[in-house]
Design a protein around this ligand. Structure first.
Ligand code: ATP
Length: 518
């Protein structure tokens, strides 16, 4: 199956196997808002717990925080979100669809570059060049340079940096970009839209009571910087980590849980002495990249993308991109945010944000390295990456198609399924006993209905890494069959060994060490 087909498959699989539902589905849903179903909620929690272990538990200089979603409105003045949390949008007058201008231009650039590769491939075939030959590479780079892609990218970044809406409109016209729905070039002017949701505090609807649903979790960390530093006696460099909901009134909210209006972020702000931020930026870039590989995202689907256009608060920024079935897209952002946020809060609140560094014997406002990953996007990355359809042998000696989620065992929602071969002869009772021993440490499921082959398929489709089958032999010698999801290998094991076995194969430390000792 082609990877580009996986996205459609995942969307229907998510509903059918209880991972994700559309929010308020009985009322035809709410656009770009989703609910996590029983298997989804387990998988999402596993991802969040792994992030927490990796970031907080393994770093003695990182502590956690759970700040409220609602914050004093001045927070968002100070952070720049009231004035500058905008996206440049354009409407097509025929289809009445609204688009982010930078997305339209980026798609154009990507298509141009793809065209160059196709052209070079055609030439390579004609001339018998290997794809790693110097002839091929020369042709490709020459052909690329004749395209407008680079020039368009530079112009777009310049216009975005200068907030020049006219220049962006001109670029759309120059590139002759058409609306993907109507196919026409009948565009409106480019306008800025603020992405924050607002609401009223208390019962009086008056402008001064307007508050916002946080568009990022980071500001809850910044305003608490000194509280955490003092109450936990933290010494710079140190970090504060947080997992929580964020809200953005995304105008173009498509692509399932990739871009939602209500989503969850896992952010860590790492406070460092001024002048050391470049070093720390590199360290966190590397650590975060390793996290994704450790949990099974393959190297060829994860890459860095350096930001050309820096946000108003950053002196360096890089995205970790993942290759979703619809292309490489941002999964996580790593930003060197300077002392911008703490300085702004100091200015707007009138409260000192400086830290006294006993080693340097001086006071300063720390610089900040931020790592920010969307929990839902991480979920989608693992979902897409692990979705497989493959031939599997049947009991009758033939083959059948099986759908399997080859999730990392620590991410899989259900770790173990216990399957009594028959619903009689005391097999369910023994299965129940095994269930009772293992349920304390693992998300585990009893599955008694249908033929054993169908039950295996059902567990494969949910990503359950291990099944335990209880049969008549189990009643005699207290051994059961362990069946592995990916290899479909089966072996017998004594019931008394199960606990130890799962302790060793479902163990964060084991995976962490194995990855780092590679
Ligand atoms: P994008 O360019 O895709 O809009 P961003 O650069 O605005 O993302 P950040 O503000 O850096 O994103 O947020 C950090 C992370 O939060 C992103 O890398 C992404 O994983 C996640 N995220 C941001 N917006 C959304 C959203 N609307 N839905 C789901 N996840 C999101």
């Amino acid at each position: 199956m082609d990877y580009s087909e996986v996205f459609g498959k995942v969307m229907s699989h998510a509903k059918e196997y209880g991972f994700i539902y559309q929010s308020s589905e009985i009322y035809d849903g709410l656009s770009a808002v989703y609910d996590y179903a029983p298997n989804g909620v387990l998988m999402k929690r596993n991802l969040a717990n792994l992030w927490w272990k990796f970031m907080v538990q393994l770093h003695e200089n990182i502590v956690g925080l759970d700040a409220a979603i609602l914050m004093h409105p001045t927070t968002w003045k100070a952070s720049g979100h009231v004035d500058a949390f905008n996206d440049p949008m354009i409407d097509n007058k025929d289809s009445k669809k609204r688009y982010r201008v930078d997305h339209l231009l980026e798609e154009y650039i990507e298509k141009q570059l793809l065209k160059a590769v196709k052209e070079a491939d055609k030439n390579a075939k004609k001339n018998g060049w290997a794809l790693d030959s110097p002839e091929y590479r020369n042709y490709l780079s020459k052909h690329r340079s004749t395209l407008k892609a680079k020039e368009v990218e530079q112009k777009m970044n310049a216009a975005l940096n200068a907030n020049d809406m006219n220049a962006l409109k001109q670029l759309i016209e120059e590139c002759e970009i058409v609306c993907p729905v109507s196919g026409t070039k009948n565009w409106t002017e480019v306008r800025q839209f603020n992405l924050m949701f607002s609401t009223q505090l208390g019962s009086v609807a008056d402008q001064s009571n307007t508050i916002y649903l946080r568009p990022e979790t980071a500001q809850g960390i910044f305003v608490n910087f000194l509280n955490v530093q003092k109450t936990n006696r933290m010494k710079v460099p140190f970090g504060i980590a947080q997992i929580g909901k964020a809200f953005r009134n995304e105008i173009v909210a498509r692509q399932f849980i990739f871009r939602m209006r209500e989503f969850e972020q896992m952010e860590m702000q790492f406070f460092v002495p001024p002048g050391t931020q470049k070093e720390w930026f590199e360290i966190w870039k590397q650590k975060r990249y390793e996290f994704h590989l450790m949990l099974g995202l393959p190297e060829n689907r994860v890459r860095f993308k350096v930001h050309e256009k820096l946000a108003h608060y950053a002196d360096a920024a890089v995205d970790i991109e993942f290759e979703f079935p619809f292309g490489f897209k941002e999964l996580e952002g790593i930003h060197s945010r300077t002392d911008f946020d703490l300085k702004q809060h100091q200015e707007y609140s009138g409260k000192k944000m400086a830290y006294f560094d006993p080693e340097r014997n001086e006071s300063y406002i720390p610089y900040v390295i931020e790592t920010s990953v969307g929990l839902d996007r991480l979920f989608l990355a693992h979902y897409c990456n692990s979705y497989c359809e493959e031939d599997a042998p049947t009991a009758e000696g033939g083959t059948e198609l099986r759908t399997v989620l080859k999730l990392h065992p620590l991410i899989a929602p259900i770790k173990i399924a216990v399957l009594p071969l028959l619903k009689k002869d005391g097999l369910p009772e023994l299965a129940e006993k095994i269930f009772d021993v293992l349920k304390w440490d693992y998300d585990i499921q009893m599955d008694e209905k249908d033929a054993i082959g169908r039950r295996y398929r059902r567990q494969d489709a949910k990503g359950t890494p291990y099944c335990i089958t209880v049969d008549h032999q189990s009643l005699q010698d207290f051994t059961v069959t362990i069946r592995e999801r990916d290899t479909m290998q089966q072996y017998r094991m004594h019931i008394d060994e199960l606990d130890n076995f799962f302790q060793s194969v479902l163990n964060f430390k084991t995976y962490y060490k194995a990855f780092h000792e590679k």
